[in-house]
Write a protein that binds this ligand. Structure first.
Ligand code: ADP
Length: 240
């Protein structure tokens, strides 16, 4: 997010991209990548006429290659642009395709910006940019919400409309006794959305299947589209 925020004010269109939805959070580990991956799949599932791309701008710990079961280096097009890697019908680009899996990225500031510029602009896509907006992911925990609040404020300052909040890991239901526990709190994102005048686009439960599906590179929207968890992502895709 922070990296994107520094890149966004330039307002330069990304060649070949019609609509950009930034999936952001303030805090790490709240489920940004999981949401982005499943949202991309859900958008594609809801409207097969759309070509969906997924750009992972996490330079230090890219997780999209693993979540989308993709490996290898992008080929170059005739005009020397990187071709995104494709799986489950989604064109993906990630720093993870450009460095070895175990290799640490030790860049800072300008080097990171230049890497992201490359991922954004030296990548082969189709049409031309029309609009951009953001979705903010947060758990209902105070510390995550505080950072989500800052994220929303940042988007306001750079004039990127926020479509709404996704409340992730809001409830855990014990598979045995069916008891529901709100591990990170019950409806923090809902309250924050009210404060900010934003919509809650959806609630994603904390569920073993979501984690396992991501870890095996078979995101839940792809591998278990009929599950309640996948349906939660599909509903969000309709909202955005
Ligand atoms: P971020 O991109 O914000 O750092 P991730 O999407 O990588 O967060 O999620 C952090 C961890 O939590 C991952 O291991 C992921 O599989 C898991 N996770 C995310 N959302 C859920 C969920 N709703 N239920 C279960 N596990 C989840």
């Amino acid at each position: 997010t922070q990296i994107m925020s520094r890149g966004l004010p330039k307002q330069k269109p990304i060649e070949g991209v019609k609509q950009v939805i930034v999936v952001a959070s303030g805090k790490g580990g709240v489920g940004k990548s999981t949401t982005a991956v499943n949202l991309a799949l859900a958008l594609a599932a809801n409207d097969s006429s759309k070509a969906i791309g997924l750009l992972d701008v996490d330079v230090y710990g890219p997780s999209v290659p693993k979540m989308m079961n993709l490996k290898g280096n992008p080929e170059l097009s005739q005009s020397n642009l990187m071709r995104p890697l494709l799986n489950y019908g989604i064109a993906c680009m990630s720093m993870g395709f450009l460095v070895e899996e175990s290799e640490p990225v030790v860049w800072r500031g300008l080097m990171v910006m230049s890497a992201i510029e490359k991922l954004l602009r030296q990548c082969y896509m189709r049409v031309s940019l029309a609009s951009k907006s953001a979705v903010i992911v947060s758990t209902p925990q105070d510390i995550a919400l505080m950072d989500a609040h800052k994220g929303a404020e940042m988007f306001r300052r750079v004039h990127v409309p926020v479509l709404g909040l996704v409340q992730n890991m809001s409830v855990f239901q014990c598979p045995k006794c069916k008891h529901k526990t709100h591990i990170f709190g019950a409806d923090g994102a809902r309250k924050l959305a009210q404060t900010l005048g934003l919509e809650v686009l959806g609630d994603i439960p904390l569920h073993l299947n979501i984690r396992e599906a991501s870890d095996t590179g078979q995101p839940i929207v792809f591998s278990q589209p009929e599950s309640d968890e996948a349906k939660a992502y599909l509903r969000i895709a309709v909202e955005v």
